[in-house]
Design a protein around this ligand. Structure first.
Ligand code: AMP
Length: 219
């Protein structure tokens, strides 16, 4: 299966993409995670992306597109994937179409995870990420709250708040999403590939995951 996960920052794309990818035995390809890993290990790619990421802006299309094309060449991507955080602009979506065509691949579904903006802002400012294994927790939800404050349940690593999860940056990211990424909903709708799931802070992460599986027809 090949899925694209769409949704505003805070919609839970990363959490659900990771869980579903594990269940299906395919990789979750998160461009944000690849950038963060490059930033942490000080690569040229990380240095190029750093200033954009810190301000909540998008990294230039060309850099992201080259990175995804390389990732598609790795062996685990041949059997399918969930794209999480890519594409984020119409130019990226068109480049993705061209890459897929070259490979003879097709997207099965673009899933839009819709969340009201005010719920998303509350979620993001309560999100914590593990420095070591990139696991994501949220103080807003009992079922994904870390058992011990500041410590990763999975590997014992330190939990931190990403720079781009501070409130002013979050507001900027919401504006960037509305202007540059939201048009992708129409783009995939026109291709007949769009499905939508509505979430909110009234639903637990497990309830939203159930909805996602039902919508995608995953057993
Ligand atoms: P994310 O973890 O998906 O929220 O991504 C974190 C940051 O990485 C974003 O705010 C952007 O600065 C950058 N980024 C991730 N994916 C993309 C993309 N497809 N296009 C441009 N920038 C991206």
């Amino acid at each position: 299966m090949r899925y694209v996960f769409l949704g505003a920052p805070g919609a839970g794309k990363g959490t659900h993409a990771k869980k579903l990818a594990q269940k299906l035995g395919i990789p979750q390809i998160s461009t944000g995670e690849i950038f963060r890993a490059n930033l942490a290990s000080g690569t040229e790619l990380g240095k190029k992306a750093e200033s954009y990421m810190k301000s909540g802006a998008l990294v230039p299309d060309e850099i992201v597109i080259n990175m995804v094309e390389k990732r598609f060449g790795e062996s685990d991507a041949q059997k399918g994937f969930i794209l999480d955080g890519f594409p984020r602009t119409i130019a990226q979506a068109k480049a993705l179409d061209a890459m897929l065509e070259k490979k003879g691949w097709k997207i099965d579904c673009a899933l839009d995870i819709y969340i009201p903006i005010e719920d998303a802002v509350a979620r993001i400012s309560n999100r914590r990420t593990c420095r070591k294994c990139a696991a994501i927790f949220n103080l807003c939800f009992a079922d994904i709250r870390p058992k011990k404050e500041g410590v990763c349940d999975k590997c014992g690593g330190e939990l931190y708040q990403r720079d781009d999860e501070k409130e002013a940056t979050v507001r900027h990211r919401m504006d960037v999403y509305a202007a540059q990424t939201a048009p992708l909903i129409e783009y995939y709708k026109n291709k007949g590939l769009l499905k939508t799931v509505q979430t909110s802070n009234k639903l637990s992460a497990d309830q939203t995951f159930e909805l996602i599986q039902k919508t995608l027809g995953v057993k």
